[in-house]
Structures are given as C-alpha cells and as structure tokens.
Design a protein around this ligand. Structure first.
Ligand code: FE2
Length: 186
C-alpha cells in the first residue's frame, strides 16, 4: 500500500522558516505524511481504549490489560509524532475532525465487543499502520533525506510490529488453547 494513496488532504501544512538542512518542500511534505501517521495513531488509540472498556467475554482480564498496555504505548507515540511535525516547522493537527479527515483507519463506535472481534479488528489496523509506515520510511529516506523522521517512524514500525505479534499470539491462544486457559472461567 503506497502511503501517498492514503493521504486525503495533502499539502495542507506550511513550514516556518527553519534551517536544519532540509528543503522547504521536504519540511511540508514530510509533515503531511506525519499528519496521516498522527491521525491513524489517534484512531487506533481510541479504538484500543474502546475495546479495553467494552470487551465482554472470555479472557477479559488478560485482554483488558493488554489493550491498556497498548493504548498507553500509542499515546506516547502520538506526542512524539506531533512534536516531530513541530520540529519540521509546521503546525500539528489538533482537533478530532482533523484526525478523522487525515486518517486511513476507520473508527468504531462504543459497543460491547467479543475477544475474537476485538483482536481481529486491532490486528488488522496495526498491520495497515505497519504497511503505511514501511512505505513512508522508504519515501522519506529516498525523496527527502530526512533521517530524523525516518528514524522516528522506524521505531514506531517496530512498536506496531511487536503489538501486532502480541495480538496475533493472543488470537492463537483464543482459538487453540481456550479450553486449557483457567482465566476463561473467571
Ligand atoms: Fe482502565
């Protein structure tokens, strides 16, 4: 998936005059990429928190705790992404309407959700984010030579790969080992 196909409202940022060895076009265009990354992080943060609240069914405690761990990690990344946009001299999106307009992920309203559904939903979103980040990193390195942003996004890529692995592993447990898991009866 090409990151540029995900940009809904590209070129909306305007860089301040700064001198860090990147061209003005690079500052604004990398910031536009970061807008989408930031927006998707907000959607995934709230969706993970939504499932932390509304999960209903077996293995509640383990998944409730896992989702809390993951939304806290995403919350930290949100701050890092927004502040990177400011380091490039642009203004960060700050409203929910902006986040929804820039995001490629779809939000989900609050309602009770089963463990299987929540795991599949979050895993799919993390895998989408991983694909977007991988394409964005290559573009930022090749087209803009912005090593700082590429490094930030590489760290985020690794974080999402780890979260996806945990969700995938919990899905396998849910499917294969549910009978042996004593937490299901709690
Ligand atoms: Fe909580």
């Amino acid at each position: 998936m090409a990151w540029h196909l995900q940009l809904r409202m590209a070129m909306t940022t305007t860089a301040e005059t700064i001198d860090i060895g990147l061209k003005t076009d690079a500052l604004t265009e990398v910031s536009d990429i970061l807008q989408q990354v930031l927006a998707d992080a907000h959607v995934l943060y709230l969706k993970t928190r939504n499932y932390h609240w509304n999960l209903a069914g077996g293995r509640f405690h383990s998944l409730h705790a896992l989702y809390e761990e993951q939304y806290k990690a995403i919350e930290i990344s949100i701050d890092e992404i927004a502040e990177r946009i400011r380091m490039l001299g642009c203004a960060s999106p700050g409203s929910m309407s902006e986040m929804l307009s820039f995001a490629s992920l779809k939000e989900r309203k609050g309602q009770l959700i089963t463990p299987d559904d929540s795991l599949a939903s979050l895993l799919s979103d993390h895998e989408t984010v991983i694909q977007i980040l991988r394409a964005a990193i290559a573009s930022i390195e090749d087209s803009y030579q912005d090593a700082g942003t590429a490094d930030l996004l590489t760290g985020l890529l690794q974080d999402h790969e780890k979260m996806a692995w945990m969700l995938r592993s919990m899905t396998a447990l849910e499917t294969n080992d549910s009978q042996q898991d004593p937490s299901r009866s709690q």
